[in-house]
Each structure stands twice: as C-alpha cells, then as structure tokens.
Design a protein around this ligand. Structure first.
Ligand SMILES: [Zn+2]
Length: 367
C-alpha cells in the first residue's frame, strides 16, 4: 500500500491563506468561513458544534469506526482591554505568549470597520533609568500604537474594547525552498494537513473502511474547549489530533527537552501533559510508517497539551494520538516548518486512515 501524495504549489497557496487570517481563540469565524468554502466540496456532509468547530464527514465502506482527524483553527493572540485618552491600546493575551517576543512587532487589530495595523511598544529606552534597562519589560507595560493621537481617533477606526488582535506576519517560503515561515503554523498546519487528507482521499477516490470526520476545532489555545464540544457531534471511536510539535533543533535546547528536528518526519507524540496515548494505537502508527517507508520521530512534550487531551476522555474513553509537524519558534510571530515534514504527515495519516477498520480499532482496547 504505497501512497503517492505530494504537496503542490497550489495547495501551499491555501496554507499561506490560512496562516494569514486573523483568528485568535474565540474569534475564529473568518478562518472557519474560508475553511468551509474550501473543504465543503470534498465532504459528504458538513457538521458543526455550537462553539464553531467544523466537521467534514467523508463516508467510507463502513459507518463505524468513526475516525476523527482534527487540527485546531484558532491561534494565540491578544484582546483590547482599553483605549487611552492619548490613543493607545492596552491589551492582554489570548493563549500563551512569552513577553520577550512582543516588543516592536506589528499586529493587526480586527475592529468593526476592518483590520487596523499597529505596533507593540513600550516606554523608549532613552527615557529608562539604568536599573529599568536591566529589567525585562512585561506585557502589562506594553501598549499598541495604531498611529493615532487621541481616543476618538482610535474609536473612529472602529476599534472597541474586546476586539481581537493577532500578529502581522506574511507567509514566506524560505530561500532554501524547503521550509516555510509564518504566524499561526500552530495550528493552521494541523488544519491544513487534516484537509489535505480529506481532499486527497476524495480526489483520488481512495477507499477507507470507516467514516472520516475531518475537523477544525476552535479555542484549543485557551484550554481545548472546541475539542470537548466537537467530540459530542462526532461521537468518534478513535482520534488523531494533528498539531505542531516543538522542534528542538534550536540553540540552547537539550534533546531530552524537545527531541524532534526539522526535516526528519512527523512526530508521533508519546507523552504530553494532557494525554498518555493508547499504546497499541501508537505502535500501530509506527508500523504503518515503517511499512510505507515514511520517516517519523518519537517525541515527548514535557509541558502543555493538545486537543487529544479531550478526545481520549470522551465518554468511556477513546484511543487517541497526536501526530505533530515539528515547528521552530511556535508561539511567536514567525514559526518555521519543513515542507517534507508536512508532506510526510499527510502521508502517514492517509496510511493510518486507510487501515482503520472496526476490528483494528477494537483491538486497541480489548484486554
Ligand atoms: Zn496547537
């Protein structure tokens, strides 16, 4: 069973589009609308939960098992907390940010009248005392400058308290042609891979002994919320969360803290703080990778969790796993991922979906 999947230039264009959409947790609608418009034609049915998660159903030769493959559509961002009378925006985080990556970065505020560009700033260094200069500037001391000179001017732009903010970061294919740089690869990459699996099965008329539920979940970055609600719509028998893995091939990281490297294949996540995967399912995925000669990496994330943390606890419990695309510098303005890893992640999930029949899925939990 070989699979010939290749990532084309046209489909990469869809990834570019996905990453550039401003859609932090709770504000995913523009991204969801685009995803629906793109993927509807590959599905037999589109369903949704009432937080916004979209589910594309593709029938195979059997109603069960229901195989859930999911990426989360939200991204980390910020929210407007106030507008000062001088025309600056104060903000707080949506999801996990490291304060040190924020200063001097451009952001987009999604206001009532459209997207407004601004920059994250703080008191200029010229005016800091020597002691102040030694200290890290915290998010609380920062503000967003949209180039206005009064509160009225900012309000005139359509910006209100509670509006979402996301990084401004154009998608770039690196000079090597082998990697991509973008914001929100966590987890538009997972969404992209999920929809590629759906598209490829449909366009090549590939059979599978199950029903595929390709889902884009909302609000993962604020506590795996969409994963809980989507589960009730899907009622899955088995689940794969597709997310980014933290690439550890960065100066200062010990291999035991983040073993995955760029270009060495998808990560099969053996452990994170939200789930210890079903061991037989994990072994099965390794077997599929070896059989289809797809490179893979075994990985652990000592901190953090994924949507699978919810998927595996649905009802009486469901075998679940995380398959990750190793990505550098996640939770910042620019992540970097390897095109061959994206390709091999799609291939691995295709190989798994083609083989998951009722008997196989039951064998993962039978004692
Ligand atoms: Zn993620």
């Amino acid at each position: 069973m070989t699979n010939e999947y290749k990532l084309g230039k046209d489909t990469l264009g869809f990834l570019k589009e996905l990453t550039e959409i401003v859609a932090p947790s709770g504000f995913e609608e523009p991204a969801l609308r685009r995803v629906k418009e793109y993927a509807e034609k590959f599905a037999d049915e589109v369903r949704q939960d009432k937080l916004g998660s979209l589910i594309f159903v593709k029938k195979g030769s059997s109603e069960r098992p229901r195989v859930l493959v999911a990426g989360h559509i939200d991204e980390i961002g910020f929210i407007v907390t106030s507008i000062t009378k001088e025309g600056y925006i104060t903000f707080t985080n949506i999801g996990g940010w490291f304060d040190q990556v924020l200063l001097a970065q451009r952001v987009v505020v999604r206001g009532k009248k459209g997207e407004i560009t601004g920059v994250i700033a703080s008191k200029p260094p010229h005016l800091l005392s020597p002691e102040e200069r030694q200290k890290v500037v915290t998010m609380k001391q920062m503000f967003i400058d949209v180039g206005a000179t009064s509160k009225e001017e900012v309000e005139e732009m359509g910006i209100r308290v509670g509006d979402p903010i996301a990084p401004w970061s154009p998608f770039t294919i690196s000079a090597s042609g082998k990697t991509v740089m973008a914001k929100a690869l966590d987890d538009r990459l997972g969404v992209f891979v999920t929809l590629e699996v759906l598209r490829y099965l449909r366009e090549n008329n590939i059979g599978h002994p199950n029903t595929l539920y390709a889902a884009t979940t909302v609000q993962e970055e604020v506590g795996l919320r969409g994963a809980s609600t989507a589960s009730w719509v899907v009622d899955h028998d088995i689940a794969i969360a597709v997310d980014v893995d933290i690439a550890g091939d960065v100066p200062g990281i010990r291999p035991q803290d983040a073993p995955a490297k760029l270009g060495k294949g998808p990560s099969i996540l053996a452990f994170d703080r939200s789930m210890i995967p079903n061991q037989r399912f994990k072994e099965f995925i390794i077997e599929v990778a070896e059989e289809e000669k797809i490179p893979y990496q075994l990985s652990v994330i000592p901190g953090g969790g994924t949507d699978a943390g919810r998927f595996h606890l649905y009802r009486s419990g469901r075998p679940s796993i995380v398959i990750g695309v190793p990505t550098r510098h996640i939770h910042s303005h620019v992540g970097i991922a390897h095109i061959s890893d994206i390709e091999n992640t799609v291939k691995l999930i295709l190989g798994v979906v083609k083989r998951l029949d009722r008997e196989k899925v039951e064998s993962f939990t039978y004692i």
